[in-house]
Design a protein around this ligand. Structure first.
Ligand code: THU
Length: 133
């Protein structure tokens, strides 16, 4: 079964409903489809000790890795309410996504409006850091 972009966005929106964002009030949901068509979701989880908070993308990536997923085919990130525009992944999450992405990976950024934007990892993280071991 193929999961459409809209289905993926809906999964990210559902995940966002569970965000624990007590401190910022900024709820984010993420949904990943891996190479095998499996779906993984995550939301942001904040903490009274602010730096300990986790992003939605990190949670979704952790869920993918836990289940044996190897590569992100598409990831949708939903957050924000239209101003200043869709929640694109933060800098750290761009690096996290790059770890499991290739040139065909699609990153979808969406807010509460009906429009969304599609990016490649090269657009979001040009000249990203790689470690070739
Ligand atoms: N946040 C994410 O979950 N993903 C991002 O890519 C951007 C920021 C979260 C972190 C924090 O809980 C809240 O949004 C406000 O920064």
């Amino acid at each position: 079964m193929t999961i459409s972009d809209q289905d993926l966005i809906n999964a990210a929106k559902d995940a966002r409903d569970n965000a624990y964002c007590h401190y910022s009030g900024f709820a984010v949901g993420a949904a990943i489809i891996d190479d095998n068509g499996h779906l993984y979701v995550g939301c942001n989880v904040e903490n009274a000790a602010y730096p300990l908070g986790n992003c939605a993308e990190a949670a979704a990536i952790a869920a993918m890795v836990l289940e044996g997923g190897k590569r992100i085919d598409r990831i949708a990130v939903v957050g924000g309410s239209g101003d200043p525009g869709p929640c694109t992944p933060c800098g750290g999450c761009r690096q996290r996504i790059q770890e499991f992405a290739d040139e065909n990976t699609v990153i979808i950024a969406m807010d509460d409006s009906k429009d969304w934007q599609r990016y490649s990892i090269a657009e979001l993280l040009p000249a990203g850091f790689h470690l070739d071991l």
